[in-house]
Design a protein around this ligand. Structure first.
Ligand code: UTP
Length: 289
């Protein structure tokens, strides 16, 4: 029987060094694309896939991420007094069901795998999603909902994948592929950040996963991988052969918002999707190109 997917882990304890100095006193995941912080895009995408319980893996200087989903009594009262209905309505996505968000602390950022292991009590015996908020996906049907649909067909582990230029495999987790129907691929191996000459394919994992709880026992081994970090990819690789493992070529466009160029491109792409902004954005872009 395939268990219902209700839980999501949001690892947000990274240092965000590529975005210094912006991330000196603020979390990278609070950076906005247009007018919404990255963390809120992730939470809204997760809700659209049926997620009810969230666990943020936080670190020092990340409290704003939790505050963002709290009730802002004073702000809301002031907006109501001033009859600012649009501004009030814009806060609705930043509200959460009481008790639906828990946090755990990753005291030292030892890697994504270590961050997920920190959420082990929250995960328990249930399947869970992982969303990396700095990977933003523009899609008609939200990416995690596409992944959840596939999960209810295949069961087991499933990751969202996309083709990357062959010379960039050393930046990503890369799949070794078995059967491939053009959309769903069977994963027969996983390597974190392989050198282009050793890469088994150019199909890379993006920051959307649905994993079985058994991955925790492999993370608990605390083996260091690429970059001397505890890599999630290495623990996932151990599940291959024990449990179904698939990759899904999702429909949509991914923006790596942990990177300056990806972040800037996301601003433009998301603004162009907003009817009230797209005309003006098109106009000013003409001045630069
Ligand atoms: P990144 O590889 O983007 O690292 O992490 P980073 O520290 O956030 O950013 P840079 O590379 O220094 O600029 C991918 C995701 O994993 C989380 C990050 O918060 C991000 O969501 N992460 C990473 C942790 O939660 N803990 C870690 O130890 C490492």
């Amino acid at each position: 029987m395939i268990k219902k997917l209700r839980k999501a882990v949001l690892p947000v304890a990274g240092l965000g060094t590529r975005f210094l100095p912006a991330t000196k006193a603020t979390a990278k995941e609070m950076l906005p694309v247009v007018d919404k912080p990255l963390i809120q895009y992730a939470v809204e995408e997760a809700r659209a896939a049926g997620i009810e319980q969230f666990c943020m893996v936080t670190g020092r200087g990340k409290t704003a991420l939790v505050e963002h989903f709290d009730v802002a009594y004073e702000l809301e009262a002031t907006l109501r007094e001033r009859d600012k209905q649009d501004a009030l309505a814009s806060l609705s996505g930043a509200q959460s069901e009481p008790g639906s968000i828990t946090t755990v602390r990753q005291q030292v950022p030892l890697g994504l795998g270590h961050a997920i292991w920190c959420a082990r009590a929250f995960i328990g015996d249930d399947p869970f999603a992982i969303l990396l908020p700095d990977d933003l996906v523009l899609a008609d049907k939200p990416c995690l909902a596409q992944l959840a649909d596939a999960y209810y067909q295949t069961g087991g582990n499933i990751v969202a994948v996309t083709e990357v230029p062959p010379e960039q495999t050393n930046r990503y987790g890369i799949l070794k592929i078995g059967k491939d129907d053009g959309r769903l691929v069977e994963v027969i191996g996983l390597v974190e950040k392989p050198d282009p000459k050793d890469a088994p394919s150019n199909l890379s994992i993006i920051g959307r996963y649905i994993l079985m709880p058994e991955v925790i026992k492999y993370l608990a081994l605390m083996e260091r991988g690429a970059g001397n970090e505890v890599q999630l990819t290495d623990a996932m690789a151990r599940l291959i052969g024990e449990q179904p493992f698939h990759g899904l070529r999702y429909d949509g466009r991914r923006f790596d918002c942990g990177d300056k160029i990806g972040f800037l491109e996301a601003q433009i792409a998301f603004a162009l999707k907003r009817p009230e902004l797209s005309g003006a954005v098109r106009e000013f872009l003409k001045k630069y190109i």
